[in-house]
Each structure stands twice: as C-alpha cells, then as structure tokens.
Design a protein around this ligand. Structure first.
Ligand SMILES: [Zn+2]
Length: 322
C-alpha cells in the first residue's frame, strides 16, 4: 500500500515536471505481467504502448500505477525522432529470465504466446544483443570484450577525473548475471558481462570503476541510487555522442537527472552528467540537493513547488538496503 501510494505521488510529480518543461505527451508502457482488474478504462489487457496527452492524465485509469504491484511505466513522447518499433522486456514465469518482444505487442498477444504455451521460438533470446544480429551485434569472446574495454579505458579519461580501477579481466557469462544484470563490476575490479552485452554495458561498468571502486562496498550500498543514476545518465550521453547502440537502464533515475537539467539548464546533458559524476560518491547526492535548492531559491519557487521538486529528488537518495 505504502509502495503504491509513493509510486502514485512519484508519477504526479513527474507529470507536473513534464508539463513544466513542455513535454505534452507520454508513451505508457503497460508491463507484461499479471492482468490488472478490468475496471480500468484503458488497461494493459487491451493496449499496446499508447501515446497519452499528459494534460489528460487521469491517474489510476490511463497512466500507471494501474493496480497493486504495477510495473508499468511511461516514457516522454517525442513526435518524429523515433520510427522503429523497438523492444519491450518481459519475464518468463518458468525460468525467471528476461526476454524481449516487439514493442507493439499487446498483452493479449503476449499472453497467447507466453502464458498459454504458444510458439515462443521467435522470442526466445534472453538478451537484447542476441536479438539484434541484424544490427551487427553478436556473441563476443572474453578477448574481444577485453580489447574493447581497454580502448574504453583510455577514452574514459575524457569524462572521468579518476583513472579506472578495472583489473583488465572480463568474466563472460552465458546468462544474465544474478538473474537480471547484463553487466556487473565485481569488487575484485573484474567486470562480468553476458556474452551478448552491448558496448553501453562496458561503458557503464567502466564508469563504476572510476567511481564506486574508490570506496568500500558499504559506501556503494549507502549511495547506490545516486551512483547508478549518475553512471547510467553519463553512459547514455557518452553513447549518444559516440553513436554507440545501448539499452538503457535505471530509466526512472536518469529521467530525474534529465528533468532537473532541462528545468534549470546546468549545461548540456553531457556537461551536467560529467559534472555530477565527478563529485565524490559520498558527497554526490547532497551536492545535487544543494544545487537544486539554490536554483529553486533563485527562481523564487513557491513553497509547494519547492517541496515537490525536493521530494522528486529523494528517489536518488540511499540504496536498496537503506
Ligand atoms: Zn551499475
């Protein structure tokens, strides 16, 4: 109940921010999970991802959360930049593994194939890269990963003030690591990736090796959300700059950082991502709070707006264990 209510508040704040920065439509991505109650006007049972005017949102009916434990999400909609259908992640009940289906697949279609044991053969991949052979991606060997990561190690000095603590070793896994990760930076400073990981995963883990690797594991746990949010935000800007295909992660946290920068204009997203990433991890969240506090005061924000934005930032505080 508490989780659900906080998700509801989180979405209310996101909608206000989207309107403030002039994004007037959102794409709602219903999660391919258990069906929600049929009482909702536009439920995932009947819709593929759908474009919704933010101003027309009626929470609990056309925007998530649709129901208790809802994993549906939204993404800001841009009119003409993206024409590809894209992919959506879903979870296999039997194996617990993630696989990818076409972005425009409806819940009904998904249910027919995956819940009622239809023909899954065209959807079996457990990772995005295997699915993307036609785009030139393929399974890679330990040696190939290590060669690419070595070149990232020298390029990363353009973005990170600290040098990388990567050991030089990559451990290649056949399946998603710990059930859901495409890459992990281990505390030995080895990097573990699935054989089909994209270069974005390598950049993400290498950024950790210039950041969290400088601290003990408990410091990472205490500041996990700001670390993951800022690492992924910077990784996405680097990939955009260098035209590297990558699958996004931690989208809720990246969206907060992007929205804050869109609202207050601290520079390009790449400049802001670099600036915050290079603040030492133990100080990083507080640094952001102080910076936003100053911007809100300078803008003479109302008491209500001030509190809403500060609450919005809280999703970047702490970690899964506190
Ligand atoms: Zn990470």
């Amino acid at each position: 109940m508490i989780c659900n209510q906080s998700i509801l508040i989180f979405y209310r704040i996101i909608h206000r921010c989207l309107l403030l920065i002039g994004i007037d439509a959102d794409v709602v991505f219903p999660a391919l999970d258990t069906p929600p109650p049929k009482s909702f006007a536009l439920s995932p049972v009947i819709v593929p991802p759908v474009i919704v005017q933010v101003a027309a949102y009626e929470l609990l009916s056309i925007a998530p959360p649709f129901h208790v434990h809802c994993r549906s999400t939204t993404v800001p909609y841009f009119d003409d930049e993206f024409d590809a259908v894209g992919e959506r992640a879903a979870r296999d009940e039997e194996t617990g593994k993630t696989y990818f289906v076409p972005g425009n697949m409806t819940y009904k279609e998904w249910e027919k194939v995956f819940v009622n044991s239809g023909d899954k053969s065209q959807f079996t991949p457990t990772s995005p890269m295997e699915k993307s052979n036609e785009l030139g991606y393929t399974i890679r060997t330990k040696e190939e990963f290590e060669n690419i990561t070595n070149s990232i190690k020298s390029d990363i000095t353009n973005y990170a003030n600290n040098h990388s603590k990567w050991s030089g070793n990559i451990n290649v896994h056949k399946d998603l690591i710990d059930g859901d990760a495409m890459g992990v930076k281990e505390w030995s400073c080895d990097i573990a990736v699935i054989a089909s990981a994209d270069d974005g995963v390598l950049w993400h883990e290498m950024l950790h090796s210039c950041s969290a690797s400088y601290y003990l594991p408990n410091v990472y746990s205490e500041h996990q959300f700001i670390e993951e949010g800022t690492v992924e935000f910077l990784k996405q800007q680097i990939c955009a700059e260098r035209n590297i295909r990558n699958i996004g992660a931690y989208e809720d946290k990246v969206l907060i950082l992007k929205t804050i920068n869109d609202s207050f204009g601290y520079g390009t997203d790449l400049e802001f991502a670099k600036e915050i990433f290079n603040v030492p991890l133990p100080d990083r969240y507080q640094w952001l709070v102080d910076k936003v506090d100053e911007s809100l005061r300078n803008a003479n924000a109302s008491f209500e707006d001030y509190n809403d934005v500060m609450f919005f930032l809280k999703a970047l505080e702490g970690g899964e264990n506190g």
